[in-house]
Design a protein around this ligand. Structure first.
Ligand SMILES: C[S@@+](CC[C@H](N)C(=O)[O-])C[C@H]1O[C@@H](n2cnc3c(N)ncnc32)[C@H](O)[C@@H]1O
Length: 225
């Protein structure tokens, strides 16, 4: 049982993470945060896992029960938990944080879980294998490098879907621009087609001093050619 947390606790935790610029430091941060993660993101009104899962369920045209989903940067399993509620059942998870993976394992949702430092180590899954690849809450500054989206594409079956999210607030704008540039380049290379881009004003509650209310975010859905 963890203590009840306040919004101020959550704010302090997240602001402390901004000092960790290297992805390795960030994963250490998630190891420490794991035990309070779900309680804290609920206080933040963190809607990204739900919004990504709803986007996938809306556009995926195949058999949901048979679809195999790669949940990249799965954390404690929030994305897969929403996808299960929407009719999907087969999940493989990847994350850099051992403690987050321990909690993901306890959900019982995942057929396989792999520890991997994305950007440093290759994605530890077979190419051309997944009906859906999803990454939520990890394509942002100091987390997963933009170039990793080529590995997400590679893991997806031809005709499969890749769902990605990022934040649209001040400290992430440079990363978001680079991410969208890479997405466009891959479209020009005819690797995938954009199915939908959904800009969301109320993504999660703001924590930075210069921000108030909610920060914006985006859900992107691409289909591999
Ligand atoms: C905000 S959490 C999101 C977790 C889950 N997808 C969700 O939406 O609740 C970010 C996750 O990304 C993982 N992560 C961040 N950078 C990573 C990297 N370079 N390689 C692997 N995992 C990383 C963290 O360990 C953490 O579990």
């Amino acid at each position: 049982m963890v203590d009840a947390r306040s919004f101020a606790d959550v704010r302090n935790v997240i602001l402390s993470a901004h000092k960790n610029v290297q992805a390795e430091d960030k994963v250490g941060f998630y190891n420490d945060w794991a035990v309070n993660y779900e309680q804290d993101v609920a206080l933040l009104d963190y809607r990204a896992p739900l919004l990504a899962a709803e986007c996938i369920a809306l556009f995926f045209k195949g058999n949901q029960e048979q679809a195999v989903i790669l949940d990249v940067a799965c954390g404690t399993g929030l994305v897969s938990s929403h996808l299960r509620r929407l009719g999907f059942h087969q999940f493989v998870g990847v994350d850099g944080s051992e403690k987050m993976l321990d909690l993901a394992k306890k959900t019982g949702f995942y057929q396989e879980l792999h520890q991997c430092m994305l950007g440093r180590d290759p994605l530890p899954v077979q190419n051309d294998s997944y009906d859906i690849v999803v990454i939520v809450g990890a394509l942002s500054v100091g987390h997963v490098p933009v170039a990793v989206i080529r590995e997400l594409w590679q893991a997806t079956k031809p005709g499969g879907y890749i769902c990605m999210t990022t934040r649209g607030n001040g400290d992430n704008l440079k990363y978001k621009t680079e991410l969208e540039h890479m997405m466009r380049m891959m479209e020009e290379e005819q690797r995938w087609n954009c199915i939908t881009v959904s800009e969301v004003e109320e993504w999660e509650k703001a924590v930075a001093e210069q921000e108030s209310g909610y920060i914006p975010g985006v859900v992107y859905l691409y289909q591999r050619t």
